[in-house]
Ligand binder design. Structure first.
Ligand SMILES: Cc1cc2nc3c(=O)[nH]c(=O)nc-3n(C[C@H](O)[C@H](O)[C@H](O)COP(=O)(O)OP(=O)(O)OC[C@H]3O[C@@H](n4cnc5c(N)ncnc54)[C@H](O)[C@@H]3O)c2cc1C
Length: 254
């Protein structure tokens, strides 16, 4: 897939956690945006001194084919104190434009895979590729009965990004298990995220319960580099071959 540069126009912004914005754009040059769920785009801008800057964002749009002109290009942006891209996005008015390029990356579901189960693991905004993959996951479950366990790490229920989307998908797809792992605060009894599959602690600690299996599992790890490394080590210790542990670390592009 060729890398292209294109303008994006902001059409919507809502906070989905205390410091995470869900941003909706449309590609502003009338051309479809072709991408494979799991890929990311880069946003290009300038630092105050005029030097070129770029930051990467996974596409969050729930879709399984190219985004037609006018269809939402969605990303989740974690706002960080003093962040250059954070300042750009916070100041961007509705209708404002940014330059972007992409799509990039190979953190995608592969058609040739013949596994019995996917273990999808993400923390923070590292969960967005899995939201984009939902239609493909639905197809894979229907076509070859693959099972999916999604382990999502968050500190608190308020920081569980897109938890409602994943819970709704799990409720209608018996082969899909959604396991939110809360490291600091569990949902209050009766609250929306209060579910028998919620766990206390880090995703890497919940992993053992699902008995990762070298013969049948392929794992995807996305987000915080420490979490990615911890899960990678745990999965390798379970015997998973390295090509079956696919990783995307959200490191700064600075
Ligand atoms: C492949 C890839 C995909 C990515 N996808 C996403 C995504 O979907 N959503 C998203 O929000 N980010 C994503 N990132 C990270 C993103 O590209 C930026 O690094 C992030 O948004 C911070 O940019 P900034 O310019 O606001 O902060 P910067 O100017 O880069 O950093 C400002 C300060 O904040 C610190 N900092 C940077 N990031 C964090 C953090 N996460 N937590 C705490 N402190 C931090 C820096 O060390 C620095 O001190 C991705 C990165 C990669 C490599």
């Amino acid at each position: 897939m060729a890398i292209v540069h294109f303008p994006l126009r902001l059409t919507g912004r809502r906070m989905i956690a205390p410091s995470v914005a869900h941003l909706s754009f449309v590609r502003d040059d009338g051309v479809p945006l072709d991408y494979i769920p799991g890929q990311f785009i880069q946003v290009h801008f300038q630092y105050a001194d005029g030097a070129a800057a770029r930051r990467s964002y996974s596409l969050a749009t729930i879709h399984d084919h190219a985004l037609a002109p006018g269809e939402a290009v969605e990303i989740a942006v974690s706002y960080v104190t003093g962040g250059a891209a954070t300042a750009l996005f916070e100041a961007l008015p509705l209708g404002g434009q940014v330059m972007a390029s992409g799509p990039y990356g190979r953190f995608c579901l592969l058609p040739a895979d013949a596994n019995r189960r996917y273990l999808l693991i993400g923390t923070g905004t590292g969960i967005t590729p899995y939201r984009a993959m939902l239609p493909l996951i639905e197809q894979l479950m229907a076509q070859r009965g693959v099972e999916v366990v999604l382990l999502q790490g968050a500190r608190t229920p308020a920081e569980l990004l897109y938890g409602d989307d994943f819970r709704a998908f799990a409720d209608t797809h018996p082969g899909f298990r959604f396991v939110p792992c809360f490291s600091r605060e569990l949902p209050a009894p009766g609250a929306a995220q209060d579910h028998a599959d919620a766990r206390q602690g880090y995703v890497q600690n919940a992993l053992a319960e699902f008995a990762p299996d070298a013969a049948g599992d392929i794992a995807y790890l996305c987000g915080n580099p420490n979490m990615v490394d911890a899960c990678f080590d745990a999965l390798k210790a379970c015997g998973l071959p390295i090509p079956h542990i696919r990783r995307e670390k959200y490191v700064s592009n600075k």
